[in-house]
Unconditional design. Structure first.
Length: 243
């Protein structure tokens, strides 16, 4: 069954060049990962363009906010505008899902605080441990996810609940509100794409005393993580039909 209005992807940046050459934009990766779980149309908005119009709550079935090479603490004009829009969408019950930088923006938008992770960079295939039951962020008690980030949600907004953690991020998945989720990991990335990130950052990783060869050897696909995006899309479809 086709669902209208569209599921909107809010782009906050582009992947590293090798990953983009392999798999396209973050929007391309997300659409492929969601697959048949969303039967409706899509819209894509470049939120880094201050001239881009952000859709209203009645124009979309939900929003997925992408990752980005940007740093949330910079609080550039476009970031502040997106945070304000996300706060409004969440208050109106629109389904919202933030990935990595999008997760951090949601934390800021709803009254929390995001910034540099005091535990340092987290990259590669990482073990995620579930902390609470949830219909979207669910799976085995522990499963693999793809990570590449320097920043995290440092302080939770009021009413938010931690759903999962990793060794370096106690807030790796958060339910911010009834229809709003954020994950610090990348459900849209497979082993090949996270390998592109490790390769692109190889020199910097060595400076930080992180062994890129060990990361490359230990990377794996993350199907349980990918299924989270599909569940969110089905949830957005159900809300749109009920709505």
């Amino acid at each position: 069954m086709s669902v209208e209005p569209p599921l909107s992807i809010w782009m906050t940046g582009e992947p590293v060049a090798p990953a983009a050459a392999r798999a396209g934009s973050f929007a391309d990766m997300i659409r492929r990962t969601v697959g048949p779980a969303w039967q409706g149309s899509w819209s894509v908005v470049d939120t880094t363009d201050d001239r881009a119009r952000l859709p209203r709550s009645d124009e979309i079935a939900g929003v997925i906010v992408t990752g980005s090479p940007a740093r949330v603490a910079d609080q550039l004009t476009w970031m502040i505008r997106v945070q304000s829009a996300l706060s409004d969408l969440v208050s109106r019950g629109v389904p919202v899902f933030g990935i990595c930088f999008g997760h951090q923006l949601l934390g800021m938008a709803l009254g929390g605080r995001s910034g540099p992770n005091p535990r340092g960079r987290e990259i590669g295939t990482v073990s995620l441990r579930l902390r609470s039951e949830d219909p979207i962020v669910t799976g085995p008690p522990t499963f693999d996810v793809s990570m590449t980030h320097l920043d995290v949600v440092l302080e939770l907004p009021r009413g938010a609940a931690v759903l999962a953690s990793t060794e370096l991020d106690p807030h790796a998945a958060i339910r911010f509100a009834d229809n709003a989720w954020g994950v610090q990991f990348h459900p849209e990335m497979d082993a090949a794409i996270i390998g592109d990130y490790i390769d692109a950052l190889r020199d910097q990783l060595r400076v930080e005393d992180i062994d890129p060869e060990r990361l490359l050897a230990s990377r794996r696909d993350t199907p349980e993580s990918a299924s989270i995006l599909a569940r969110f899309a089905r949830h957005a479809a159900a809300v749109a039909i009920e709505g």
